[in-house]
Design a protein around this ligand. Structure first.
Ligand SMILES: Nc1ncnc2c1ncn2[C@@H]1O[C@H](COP(=O)(O)OP(=O)(O)OP(=O)(O)O)[C@@H](O)[C@H]1O
Ligand SMILES: [Mg+2]
Length: 353
């Protein structure tokens, strides 16, 4: 297949995308696929890469460079992607983009208009999944347990927020990387936490803060999603929760265990719930479903779903698949196959009588 990866992007997770893309490039079976890479700058400009350059980042693997290119890249309705007016040979696009303008359905819509198959969820699944309020409403409606929450759009609306109780967790409806996420222990801390969360989005969620183990589960598939045995994120040291520092800057901040140590019945419940949560928000291709397993009560809650999860070789998504018997290169082949299958299926849908 001629595979085109899109990486970088305008979101706060630009750097993470460069790392995810480097490991997709390293693991793609080049005996079977030919690779084209388009780097998206922080300003949103698209750069067709003449050659693919990986650079080492000390202690954190590798990242793809974005080499500036003067060629004009255009996405043509029903005509694929062009460079200087010439159509690029592309059988499938792999958007390795996290967050806004990458994981939220915008790029997916662009690729639909261009008529290209792409890896991962479509427009609806992507945009619903990035919206933590809408996804939780759909899960609640489907009988899938979520933590109680309130939605606030102004930092002065502290009474709606206080109704959830303390300790509370305040976070933007859509952001990522734990940006704007706060634990709040009493009413006095609410307004500042809301103001910060509302820097990242126009709506904030206020949830009960659950004392929980954080369990994650990889799901792959279109109509018949398949979950892999879950993993666990163990936050270590001084972090009150899995915050930005624990994720990215403190090398001892978190330990990722795959598979997680769970009773077989709990493991199975996580896997079946992950598949149901995936289907309820219209996901296709792949996603990582994140859970809270409450200490003391043993209750399981879906926290969120990520349609383009971290893809570095140490990231949870590929690691959980590998622990479940699907090695990284085969995982990529499977995702490309699912993308093409969905594209063919959609092509059979009629728009006229
Ligand atoms: N209700 C909650 N109770 C306890 N801890 C929470 C709660 N909500 C979030 N957290 C903590 O904050 C972290 C980040 O929150 P969340 O996963 O909702 O957003 P995010 O990680 O920023 O989004 P993404 O995973 O898409 O980057 C969680 O991993 C968890 O450690
Ligand atoms: Mg998260």
């Amino acid at each position: 297949m001629n595979v085109c990866i899109l990486y970088g992007g305008r979101s706060g997770e630009h750097e993470v995308s460069l790392r995810s893309a480097a490991s997709v490039v390293a693991n793609l079976d080049t005996g079977r696929h030919r690779l084209t890479a388009i780097g998206i700058g922080r300003d949103g400009s698209w750069h067709l890469q003449k050659r693919i350059v990986r650079r080492a980042i000390p202690g954190q693997g590798e990242a793809l460079e974005i080499l500036p290119s003067a060629r004009t890249v255009s996405v043509v309705p029903a005509g694929g992607i062009h460079a200087d007016g010439e159509r690029l040979a592309i059988d499938c696009v792999f958007p390795v983009l996290h967050g806004t303008y990458g994981e939220d359905g915008t790029v997916q819509g662009l690729l639909d208009i261009a008529g290209l198959p792409y890896v991962g969820a479509g427009v609806l699944g992507s945009s619903v999944s990035l919206d933590k309020e809408r996804s939780k409403r759909l899960w609640r409606d489907a009988g899938i347990p979520v933590v109680e929450f309130a939605v606030v759009s102004r930092s002065a609306e502290t009474s709606a927020a206080a109704a959830v109780g303390f300790p509370a967790c305040v976070k933007p409806v859509s952001a990522g990387s734990s940006l704007g996420v706060h634990r709040v222990d009493g009413a006095g801390g609410l307004e500042d936490a809301l103001a910060d969360a509302l820097r990242y989005d126009t709506r904030a969620l206020v949830e009960r803060f659950v004392d929980a183990r954080e369990i994650e589960c990889s799901v792959v598939g279109n109509d018949a999603p398949r979950a892999f045995p879950p993993g666990e994120v163990v936050t270590t040291g001084s972090h009150a929760f899995y915050d930005y520092e624990a994720k990215y800057t403190d090398p001892e901040g978190a330990r990722l265990e795959a598979p997680a140590r769970l009773e077989p019945a709990v493991r199975d419940l996580v896997m079946r719930t992950a598949e149901a949560a995936y289907a309820a928000v219209g996901c296709e291709g792949m996603a990582r479903v994140d859970f809270f397993l409450e200490r003391g009560t043993g209750r399981l809650f879906v926290n969120e779903i990520n349609t383009i999860p971290g893809f570095t070789s140490i990231s949870m998504f590929p690691r959980m698949c590998a622990a479940g018997g699907l090695a990284y290169p085969e995982l990529l082949d499977l995702l490309l196959g699912l993308a093409v299958e969905r594209h063919r299926r959609r092509a059979t849908v009629r728009f006229e009588k």
